[in-house]
Ligand binder design. Sequence first.
Ligand code: G3H
Ligand code: 13P
Ligand code: ZN
Length: 331
Amino acid sequence: MSVSYKELGLVNSRELFSKAVAGGYAIPAYNFNNLEQIQAILQACVETKSPVIIQVSSGARKYANAVLLRNLAKGAVEYVKELGYEIPIVLHLDHGDTFELCKDCIDNGFSSVMIDGSHLPYEENIALTKKVVEYAHLHDVSVEGELGVLAGIEDDVVAEHHTYTKPDEVVDFVSRTGVDSLAISIGTSHGANKFTPEQCTRDENGILIPPPLRFDILEEIEKRIPGFPIVLHGSSSVPQDMVAIVNQFGGKLKDAIGIPEEQLRRAAKSAVCKINIDSDGRIAMTAAIRKVFAEKPSEFDPRKYLGPARDALKELYKHKNLNVLGSAGAA
Ligand code: G3H
Ligand code: 13P
Ligand code: ZN
């Protein structure tokens, strides 16, 4: 028996995106795999009055079990009411790779899906994306497609270099597929090692400065499809203070470099209206847990280390909404 996201009080992303583009901010898209992560995301977004996209990857489904995970998400609307302020919540499939996976999510309460055909030849990407759009739109579910390939690991596919999105392809892709939003490649990548030190320059204090995102490509894309919702994946900033805590307490995060916050702020003010962040949350949780383990070695109650991890995550996401994405106060 299938369930519509509307019965659950969730919303699709279409309306949120048009407001975000007009308002010059981006909706946060935070990944979750467990209870503490969804609690932190919802608490942060309620406290900052921000709309939110909570997203589930294939890896999350394998880790936590798809049925358990979506039931956790289904409690989200009631949970925010209990927290005292109702915010719009989108439940999104991150990096869906098959029609069947997207259909399963659409039939089970997701209000938005990504079909990531970016590794396929262009015409195959179009055919797969169009098929998902046709099914999703019957259910008023929004669809994100992707053009261009991010460097690094994406969907178990390793790409050594970015294949930047070609502005000349976007009108054709968007019109032939009917997607509601488009993920693009302009220099971001997944994970905590987005650049090697050799790709960076140093400022006067010796701090590594990564190469800037390709705003020229973003601008070209905006000219071709004005006001169309653009999505940025791989948008963690890899906060160096958190990396330092991880390493101080026994971790080995080497050469961890992310996208500077000012660049994401600039992107959020443009047609970029969804920004995906996962790795920063992982680093924040790891830092908090390592600290507890190092300082309180006799502690063995999971709530005593997952609780601080949840709190650290919540603070991180509040900061993102307030100072990076600009989504605070939009709900
Ligand atoms: O884009 C990838 C997200 O960070 C999800 O990662 O596939 O390890 O769950 P995952
Ligand atoms: P990060 O690894 O930069 O957090 O990117 C996450 C992402 O794009 C999820 O789809
Ligand atoms: Zn991604």
